[in-house]
Design a protein around this ligand. Structure first.
Ligand code: SF4
Length: 675
């Protein structure tokens, strides 16, 4: 395999082995399957059956249920029997952590077991140990001994298996040798996969989950490459971002991680982990998957040729931002800028700027600037008739720019030929639009006249069906030609629902930011979609159709969330909250909302909210602080991986978390910044 996928310039699914899970076929070009996991107590047979049915009726093709010990594993039989009795034959998956004996029972009952190679045999003590090669080999021998019986049972019963690595729960052995890196994640799965292959057992699916989409995407790519290099073939891939959280942020994080891989044809089944009821995950999965339904067909029919590439000029297994020079505050070491498109508003008033982070107070004549305030606004043909707040700048069409008096605040945007021909240009900053389908990577003939022009920022979009690939192809061309102009990614959406728009923006822009490509973002909607959103928000009585006050606000929030999720610009608190499962010890949705309400002004602080002490501490990855259920009504608080307050009564746990934040000097009182 030349890269980590079949093609970088057209949509081609990766060829994987076929796996049978009950009657469900997965991999080998079968449709991308969608799945979820129950959150009920596995000993609550009826509760679990009923929740499973809600998931199945929403469209889940696989339902996972936790089996923390032998008794829950045994109860899977009652759950399965009741589901079958009610006419539901959807395959069930047992989720196993730490308990081989539960796995061995479950593998005889359900159609698939999920094991976590980080904790199947190893107990996690967060210890760094020096392993000699002999010590390491001895440890592997121990895994062979403990894991082989499960493989044999799965073989005998025709049960499938997922070897599911989580970034946050790598074993001490892997951490000591490889660190918590994509390489460590891949090796963790490969140790188990080699054992299964030795037993000629191949009914296997693999996953490489992380709450950080950057790490997750790199790990899957590396896994594919490693499997091909070692075995010459690839097992099906289950894609997911762990502990993605809830609401828009959870959807955006998931779509960036999962969507970036699906864009490259990677992935055979997906789960979107949201801190919401599990049946609500399924429509999101479906919205992600449906983008690829006709993609391959379109390639063939429409001949959407994007010139092939022989070599990737960046490392797809490691993050490094593309080298650029700075134009004004765009490119080089500046965080990616956000451009808000206000051109569809009839007349722009100070009040309209509230949607993009600037609130005007008439009494004090001052602006309040939010952490997620856009850096530039695009107003088309409009010059604003009021003084602009702070550092906000305006982008307008060239003819309008000529009329603008304040050339330090107003900048022109040209189409590519327009810039080449124009007699009037800003000597500081000019935006130049390129549609990759027409003038960019499609024929690679876009003008050289602005290449390395130190006043030019490229604004790149594509009308190609494979838009992300076409824009990426242009980046490759820029890098090959040593063109270092900063690039703003322009993504327009013509989808209908809020989730569809979120997924579209997150996938198209997120996939590029994850590879270090992009110095700014400008999201928009086609006029039809925009008008539809505005009409719908008026028609749905008292409730906006979008989860925001206006289309502009929705888009601005989404742009900042994409940058946050790709970790290219941190502008708010980061929440790592588990989706909950049968092990959960408190109401995760309610608690997450409570914690979010009091901490959402702590820019850059990572707070994990985890349902149980068994997996929570391991899974909360690189969180700065952890709020973890440690018993009924009891919460244990962490600073990094270290316990700082044990078994705090849940009634005062949020307050104690605030005290902990204060003790560590990361707490600030809610305040507003004014210019
Ligand atoms: S951390 Fe959350 S999802 Fe994971 S096992 Fe514990 S309760 Fe379940």
């Amino acid at each position: 395999m030349q890269f980590y996928c079949e093609s970088l310039t057209e949509y081609k699914r990766l060829s994987t082995k076929e796996v049978k899970i009950g009657e469900l076929l997965l991999g080998n070009f079968h449709p991308i399957r969608v799945q979820t996991m129950t959150t009920t107590d596995t000993m609550d047979t009826l509760g679990t059956v009923e929740q499973s049915i809600r998931c199945i009726e929403a469209g889940a093709e696989l339902v996972r249920i936790t089996a923390p010990s032998k008794k829950e594993a045994e109860n899977l039989l009652n759950i399965k029997n009741e589901l079958r009795r009610r006419g539901y034959n959807t395959p069930l998956v047992a989720d196993i952590h730490f308990t081989p004996n539960a796995a061995e029972i479950a593998a005889r009952i359900v159609e698939k077991v999920r094991v976590n190679p980080g904790n199947y045999v190893d107990k996690k003590k967060f210890e760094l140990i020096e392993y000699s090669d002999a010590d390491y080999a001895e440890e592997i021998e121990r895994i062979v001994e403990r894991f082989t019986p499960l493989v044999k049972i799965c073989k005998e019963y025709g049960t499938a298996m997922r070897i599911g690595t989580n970034h946050g729960s790598l074993s001490d052995r892997i951490m000591s040798r490889y660190g918590d890196t994509p390489v460590g994640m891949v090796e963790s799965a490969m140790e188990f996969l080699r054992i299964a292959r030795f037993e000629h057992y191949h009914n296997i699916v693999l996953s490489m989950k992380s709450s950080n989409p950057q790490v997750m995407v790199q790990a899957y790519r590396l896994l594919i490459k490693t499997m091909f290099d070692e075995f010459g073939e690839c097992y099906p891939l289950h894609l997911g971002v762990t502990e993605a959280g809830d609401g828009e942020d959870g959807r955006i994080k998931s779509a960036i991680g999962i969507g970036s891989l699906l864009e490259d044809g990677l992935g055979d089944t997906i789960r979107v982990s949201l801190t919401e009821d599990p049946e609500l995950e399924i429509p999101v999965c479906k919205d992600i998957v449906k983008r690829y339904g006709n993609r391959q067909l379109s390639n063939e029919k429409e001949q959407l040729n994007i010139p092939a590439v022989d070599k990737i000029p960046y490392n797809p297994f490691e993050y490094k931002r593309r080298e650029t020079f700075a134009v004004n505050n765009i490119g080089e070491h500046h965080v990616p800028v956000v451009i808000a498109d206000l051109s569809k508003l009839q007349a722009i008033t100070p009040k309209d700027l509230q949607s993009v982070g600037y609130t005007y107070n008439e009494v004090t004549d001052k602006w309040t600037i939010a952490d997620i305030a856009a850096d530039y606004i695009f107003t088309g043909h409009n010059i604003l008739n009021f003084a602009l707040p702070g550092t906000l700048k305006v982008i307008v069409y060239p003819a309008t720019w000529l009329l603008a008096e304040d050339k330090a605040k107003y900048f022109p945007i040209f189409d590519d030929m327009g810039y080449a021909k124009s007699e009037f240009k800003s000597n500081k900053l000019n935006f130049v639009m390129i549609d990759c389908f027409n003038d960019g990577a499609n024929d690679l003939g876009y003008p050289d006249s602005f290449a390395n022009d130190v006043s030019v920022v490229l604004c790149v979009s594509s009308t190609n069906k494979n838009a992300m690939q076409s824009v990426r192809r242009m980046f490759i061309e820029l890098m090959n030609r040593n063109i270092k102009n900063p690039v703003v990614l322009i993504v327009d959406s013509n989808w209908q629902t809020a989730d569809e728009h979120l997924i579209h923006y997150a996938t198209e822009a997120g996939a590029l930011f994850l590879d270090g490509l992009g110095d700014g973002i400008c999201l928009g909607m086609t006029l039809t979609s925009y008008n539809e959103q505005v009409t719908r928000s008026r028609n749905v009585s008292g409730r906006n159709y979008l989860p925001s006050h206006s289309v502009e606000q929705f888009i601005n929030n989404t742009a900042f969330s994409i940058l946050q999720a790709t970790r290219t610009r941190i502008s708010k608190t980061e929440y790592i909250s588990c989706p909950s499962c049968g092990r959960t010890l408190f109401d995760l949705q309610e608690t997450t909302a409570k914690i979010r309400a009091v901490t959402n002004h702590l820019k850059g602080v990572k707070i994990a909210i985890m349902g149980c002490i068994v997996n929570g501490p391991g899974e909360m990855a690189d969180a700065d602080f952890g709020y973890v259920g440690s018993g009924p009504g009891k919460i244990t608080l962490y600073k990094g991986k270290e316990i700082v307050k044990r078994n705090v009564p849940s009634e005062i746990a949020v307050e104690e978390l605030i005290n902990l934040l204060k003790e560590n000097d990361v707490w600030i009182e809610q305040q507003v910044l004014t210019n």
